[in-house]
Write a protein that binds this ligand. Structure first.
Ligand SMILES: Cc1cc2nc3c(=O)[nH]c(=O)nc-3n(C[C@H](O)[C@H](O)[C@H](O)COP(=O)(O)OP(=O)(O)OC[C@H]3O[C@@H](n4cnc5c(N)ncnc54)[C@H](O)[C@@H]3O)c2cc1C
Length: 492
């Protein structure tokens, strides 16, 4: 069956939902196609989004400006990124958050992974996280009568003789091909984090040790097969930044990353314990990172990459007790935060020993033996940290003095948790301009084709920029809105 509309949106995650609702509010007809049985995609998981100049920030006296964030982002990426598109997305970010709030999304607070003096204070945490956000957006879309066709993947772009994109062919839930024509197509399929072949082709990191088994997998995120990028390629689009991942580490070995992020309490607390600033060593028993910044997951990912992809987090029994009784010293995202007692930790250690990511021993030497590190080396590393703790100064990696806690070197038990690298998004994709139009190799806009969210490329250099906290979901939500505004202007 054929349909005619104004905008065909391929992908019902954050950018697609945002585009669909904006279209309805602008009086444009839209049809939203979603491959999976339910909308949301990776958008079901975010804790919060970047926003600058929001009403919420104003109420809290937060005065961060777009100039400040932009300068910081450019410094981070050394300008090796699409600066004008980043600026357009940052400019839109505050209005996007206010727009969400106007639709019933509640902001729980502004959080940060950084010490307060370093934070830009832009990460707006959503009450009920991404799941509630998706529910709210989907509810408004339904109310406004925008068709959301689930189990209906976009399969092919329709391109006319002038090279303009005029619609898509999709396959509906009954397996029938449907043709939907429109003035514009918005691609919003979430990147290629679940496509092993594409990862192998484009992303060198995935072939390095300790990666493959910790990809985020599960029904909500498995739709991210790079369909939108490949559709855009078929219409002549140019790609950028395809090798860049949003690395997210450390994660416990042998357990799906998604379970550590949103599974039972003992898993979340074990993931938090893994990143605590007691002692981290690489496979040789050497320190390699400033443990005070264990929550800066993109830096951790990079440091682990430079150290063979593996880390061990070591603590003694007093440190274990302090996590249980007082909570962590540094947060695991906004999931387990300082002050929150880690009462499920002992259960986690027990289960971790059975599963093979946690190790316990009565002596330092025995623990070293269990994790394949030279016993004398581990003892030396611990004794060095103890000396630094005495002097309240870490001359090797500048760990914060309050995180220099002494090990009891005489009395066990001691614990080791095994951490590997994970990633949660691909960051490469289609080149776009500030109107979210797809560009061809000559830098010309492909008529009728818009690209949003994780299908856009070139917005990050080698690494996800965590100081601009919540940029991925913010860029997804804002790019959906900007694409529709551009289409509205183009069709006036
Ligand atoms: C565990 C986790 C935690 C996160 N936390 C944060 C956070 O705190 N802050 C932050 O900023 N970001 C966070 N993110 C990232 C954020 O979720 C993404 O940036 C955002 O969801 C991207 O939006 P999108 O629309 O591009 O893709 P998605 O939201 O993933 O949506 C893509 C949709 O397209 C569908 N699709 C795929 N192919 C087709 C096709 N051919 N036809 C139709 N539909 C198709 C998919 O099934 C999916 O539903 C997190 C991500 C994960 C996985």
């Amino acid at each position: 069956m054929d349909h005619e509309t104004d905008i065909v949106i391929a992908g019902g995650g954050l950018s697609g939902l945002s585009a669909a609702l904006t279209a309805a509010e602008y009086g444009l007809r839209a049809i939203l196609l979603e491959k999976m049985p339910f909308p949301g995609g990776a958008g079901l998981f975010p804790e919060g989004s970047l926003g600058i100049g929001t009403r919420y920030q104003n109420q809290k006296g937060i005065t961060t400006t777009t100039d400040q964030v932009f300068a910081r982002v450019m410094e981070f990426h050394h300008w090796r990124c699409n600066a004008s598109v980043i600026r357009a997305l940052l400019n839109e970010s505050g209005e996007t958050i206010d727009w969400l709030v106007d639709h019933g999304v509640r902001i729980e607070g502004i959080r940060t992974m950084f010490p307060p003096e370093k934070s830009l204070q832009v990460w707006h945490i959503f009450e009920g996280r991404g799941a509630r956000l998706v529910k709210i957006l989907s509810g408004h879309i339904k109310e406004r009568g925008v068709p959301l066709l689930t189990k209906t993947p976009a399969k092919k772009l329709l391109v006319d003789g002038r090279g303009a994109v005029t619609g898509v062919d999709a396959v509906d839930a009954d397996g029938h091909t449907i043709r939907i024509t429109g003035r514009a197509v918005i691609i919003a399929t979430g990147g290629f984090a679940s496509n092993k072949e594409m990862l192998k082709k484009y992303v060198p990191d995935v072939s390095t040790p300790g990666m493959a088994k910790l990809m985020y997998r599960g029904p909500a995120v498995d739709g991210r097969m790079g369909d939108g990028i490949n559709l855009a390629l078929s219409a002549g689009a140019a790609l950028a930044g395809m090798g860049t991942l949003a690395g997210n580490s450390p994660y416990l070995d042998n357990e799906p990353a998604i379970r550590q992020f949103s599974g039972p309490n003992h898993m979340k607390q074990m993931r938090c314990a893994l990143s605590q600033p007691f002692l981290w060593v690489n496979k040789h028993g050497d320190r390699f990172y400033n443990e005070s910044f264990g929550s800066v997951f993109s830096d951790v990912y990079n440091a682990m990459t430079a150290n063979g992809g593996l880390m061990w987090s070591i603590f003694d029994d007093a440190m274990r007790r302090s996590m249980v009784d007082n909570g962590p010293l540094t947060p695991f995202n906004a999931i387990v935060v300082p002050g929150q007692k880690m009462t499920a930790l002992d259960e986690g250690i027990e289960k971790g020993i059975a599963s093979g990511f946690a190790f316990k021993a009565d002596t330092i030497e025995e623990l070293a033996g269990k994790i394949g590190i030279r016993p004398q080396k581990l003892r030396e590393t611990i004794e060095t940290v103890n000396r630094y703790a005495d002097g309240k100064h870490d001359p090797d990696f500048s760990r914060r003095p309050e995180h220099l806690v002494k090990f009891d070197t005489m009395q066990g038990p001691y614990y080791a948790l095994k951490g590997l690298r994970a990633f949660f998004l691909t960051l490469g994709g289609v080149q776009v301009n500030t109107r979210m139009q797809a560009l061809d190799e000559k830098g010309e806009a492909i008529p009728g084709l818009y690209v949003t969210g994780q299908d856009m490329g070139g917005l990050y250099d080698s690494t996800y920029d965590l100081l601009a906290e919540g940029s991925a979901s913010s860029f997804a939500l804002s790019s959906g809105r900007i694409a529709v505004k551009s289409i509205k202007e183009a069709t006036r």
